[in-house]
Each structure stands twice: as structure tokens, then as C-alpha cells.
Design a binder for this molecule. Structure first.
Ligand code: ZN
Length: 433
């Protein structure tokens, strides 16, 4: 089975044809011609490697009313993703080989992206004792990323032991950095605005204190640490310091923290309630600069679908979290590319290459992700119309939930097609199953 993608611009550069055969890129060049191949006209479209998300909540098992592996996979494919890491805070929690294998298998059955399960660090996300990290790593799901996301591994001795274990597994602890004693009842970023709005504040120091502690622990143990959804300027400074000392730390930023600020809380619309909270203009500036510089390695969505009854209620009672998969690339185009902070190769690096490397998905087999657009590599790629602009309509999203913070906002860049190992999962902007 052959597909010839004609006239695409790999990494936004000169137009070329891309020939896909048997799941791999067979050739990239001018005026390729292959009798019998399916032809996809990609004139004017930018070709990028398939995106890799380090941080997706698919809600299955347990909250299939909010999202399923299948609906979340479809949203991911429509956003240009070919692999997503599924967070462990499901019901039951993904803290055993059995649950991570179940999620992995559901992903294979949906067949729209590779669903890579994240294993919980502690049993039941309770922060008391370590989960079966080795059994999850050895399972069919081959877990390499471990996280209690939604909760911080707050106990420093337990965090140290987790780092020691994952080091032996070539894994990484992805920390949700939030000192719980500093965020009791927190509703939004702590500052002048939270005081004026009468909402309990979530201080930047609660995130920064944990990151500072954990980079010291990771350095001491010699293990890999990944920091989820970095949201403050101070966090970027700590990460820069740690990287300059050679600590094996990586970090991600979400699309919403690159675009939105705590000003969104003014209307008390809970669609803007998220953890960590939206911060200030100065934080957004530092996050964009940190991502451009590479201090922040990756964009990760923290796609967090919520059912209507959990979200459309008063602010204090609403669950934190927002959708992200279908608009992530557009937000990065708006905040990083159109502002001149990253070029297309930079976008590919932060949304595909580096997240795949952090998750250890970047091997040499056909199952690999985050590989360059080059002959011999797996044909995981997306085609984007960079000139298209559209207003986000939550009713049109593939996610089962509707809590998009971008509703009504015009964003640039439309994913026209996505290919997973040469098979189109999206064509003409429509999911193929
Ligand atoms: Zn989190």
C-alpha cells in the first residue's frame, strides 16, 4: 500500500513530495511518481512529524461520560497527534499492570493514535506507598512515565524512592508540582486579582518550592525528573538553574498557560478554572521565553475533559481542567510561531521530538514516535494549513466533553490530515474512524 503526498512543505520549507510505503516514509523529493499510489494533494500545507502528548486525561476507565480512550484518541488525531500519554488518575487508578494494559489495549482497538499509559507513582495516588512500578514497566504497556498527576508526590522520602526506582527502569517521574499545604482550598492564582474576586489563592511558591526540592532530589539520586504543566516565571528560573548544573530535568508547558491569564477569572466562568491556575502576563511571557530557549522542553496539553455537571456549576465547586488536544497546535502557532519565537522545526521539536524522547518512544522500530521526516522513518506525520483561521466551536469538537477555554476565539492553523504509520487517521480535516 503506497500513498503519495504531493507538494507538502516539510517543516515549512521547500515543497516536496512524500512517498509513504508499508508504514514508513520511503522517499522525499521533487516530482515523485508512483503508479497505483493513493495521491493526497498537500499543496501549500506544512508537513510536521506526528505530535506526541505527554499529558492527556482520557478518563477511561471510570468516567466514560466525560471521555473515552476512543473519543480522546479521535480528538488527538484531529489535533495532529500520533501518540498520547494517558494519565493514571482514572477509576480504578492505573497503578497496576492490569489497568495499564487495559488502557493500552483500548488504545490499540481505537487505532487512531498510540495510547501510551502513564503509571501511578503511588498506590491509589494516595502518596503513601509506591505502586508496582516494575510490573507496569514490564507489562505490554511498557510504561516509562510515572505520575500521580492531579496530586503531588508531596512526601520527600517517597519522592526520593520513586526516583531511585524509575532510574533502574530507564523511566521518569512526572511530578505535579503543588505543595498541598500551601494550596488548601485554592481556586485561582494568588495575587491582587484573587483578593479582589474573593477567591482563595494558589501561590506561585507552592509550585516553585516542589520543583526546587525535586531538582535537588533528582540530582542527588541521578534520576530523570519531568515537571508537569510549569506555570510560573519562578519555575522557569529554577529549571534554568538546574539544567545549567546538569540535573536530568525536563519540563512541559500547556497551551492554555501560553495563551491565557488570570484575567479570565474575572467573569467567574469555571471553564477557566484549572490546576495549576492561569497566571499573570509576566508568567506567560516567561513561559513563552522558556519554551523558545528550551528550558521548557515540551508543550503538553493536560487535556482534561469534564462532564457538564462537574464544570457548569459555580466556580468554587467546579472541577479544574480544560480541553486541549484539538487546539494545542493552533495555540502554539499563535503564541510561538506567529510571534517569531519558534520556527516550524522548533514547533516540531517541542511538540514531537522532545516529548517522544522524554517518554522513551523515540527508538528505531516502526512503533517509534518523534522521529524526523526522513526516508526510512515511521510515517507519522500531520499536514497543516497555516493560513486557515477558524473560530473554535465547542459543539464541533470530537471530545465527549465541551469545556474548551478557546470557545469563540479565532485561532490560526488547521490540521488537514494526520497519518499514523502511513494510515490516514484524519483526511480533509475529518477523522477516518
Ligand atoms: Zn497536574
Amino acid at each position: 500500500m503506497s500513498t503519495l503526498i504531493t507538494g507538502a512543505r516539510p517543516y515549512g520549507e521547500d515543497a516536496a513530495d512524500i512517498l509513504v510505503e508499508d508504514g514508513r516514509i520511503a522517499a522525499i523529493g521533487a516530482s515523485l511518481s508512483v503508479p497505483g499510489a493513493d495521491v493526497v494533494d498537500a499543496a501549500g500545507l506544512v508537513a510536521l512529524p506526528g505530535l506526541v502528548d505527554l499529558h492527556t486525561h482520557l478518563r477511561e476507565p471510570g468516567r466514560e461520560d466525560a471521555e473515552t480512550v476512543e473519543t480522546g484518541s479521535r480528538a488527538a488525531a484531529l489535533g495532529g497527534y500520533t501518540a498520547v500519554h494517558a494519565m493514571a488518575n482514572t477509576d480504578p487508578v492505573a497503578d497496576t499492570a492490569g489497568v495499564v494494559e487495559q488502557v493500552w489495549r483500548l488504545g490499540q482497538e481505537a487505532g487512531l493514535v498510540d495510547v501510551v499509559p502513564v503509571g501511578a507513582v503511588t498506590v491509589g495516588l494516595r502518596g503513601e506507598r509506591l505502586a508496582e512500578l516494575g510490573a507496569m514497566a514490564d507489562s505490554a504497556a511498557r510504561v516509562r512515565v510515572f505520575s500521580d498527576d492531579g496530586h503531588c508526590v508531596a512526601d520527600p522520602a517517597l519522592m526520593r524512592r520513586a526516583l531511585e526506582y524509575v532510574k533502574a527502569l530507564d523511566g521518569v517521574v512526572a511530578q505535579h508540582a503543588e505543595e498541598p499545604r500551601l494550596t488548601v482550598g485554592a481556586q485561582m492564582h494568588e495575587g491582587d486579582r484573587s483578593a479582589r474576586l474573593g477567591l482563595t489563592g494558589w501561590p506561585a511558591a507552592a509550585e516553585e518550592a516542589i520543583i526546587a526540592r525535586d531538582v535537588l532530589l533528582a540530582d542527588h539520586v541521578g534520576a530523570r525528573l519531568h515537571v508537569c504543566h510549569v506555570s510560573t516565571a519562578g519555575s522557569v528560573e529554577i529549571l534554568r538553574w538546574a539544567k545549567s548544573r546538569g540535573v536530568q530535568v525536563t519540563a512541559e508547558v500547556t497551551p492554555h498557560h501560553l495563551l491565557l491569564t488570570d484575567e479570565c477569572a474575572e467573569g467567574y466562568d469555571p471553564v477557566f478554572k484549572v490546576n495549576p491556575p492561569l497566571r499573570t502576563d509576566a508568567d506567560v511571557e516567561a513561559l513563552r521565553a522558556g519554551l523558545a530557549e528550551g528550558v521548557i522542553d515540551a508543550v503538553a496539553t493536560d487535556h482534561a475533559p469534564h462532564a457538564v455537571e462537574d464544570k457548569e456549576t459555580e466556580w468554587a465547586h467546579a472541577r479544574p481542567g480544560m480541553l486541549g488536544l484539538e487546539q494545542a497546535l493552533s495555540v502554539v502557532v499563535a503564541t510561538m510561531l506567529e510571534t517569531g519565537r519558534l520556527d516550524w522545526r522548533g514547533v516540531a521539536d517541542r511538540m514531537s521530538t522532545r516529548p517522544a524522547a522524554i517518554g522513551r518512544l523515540d527508538g528505531r522500530g516502526l512503533e517509534a514516535h518523534g522521529r524526523p521526516l526522513a526516508p526510512g522513518e515511521p510515517a507519522n506525520l500531520l499536514l497543516l494549513d497555516p493560513g486557515a483561521r477558524a473560530v473554535v466551536d465547542p459543539a464541533a469538537l470530537a471530545s465527549r466533553s465541551r469545556n474548551s477555554p478557546y470557545a469563540g476565539r479565532e485561532l490560526p492553523g488547521r490540521v488537514v490530515a494526520t497519518f499514523l504509520r502511513g494510515v490516514p487517521t484524519v483526511l480533509d480535516g475529518k477523522a477516518q474512524k
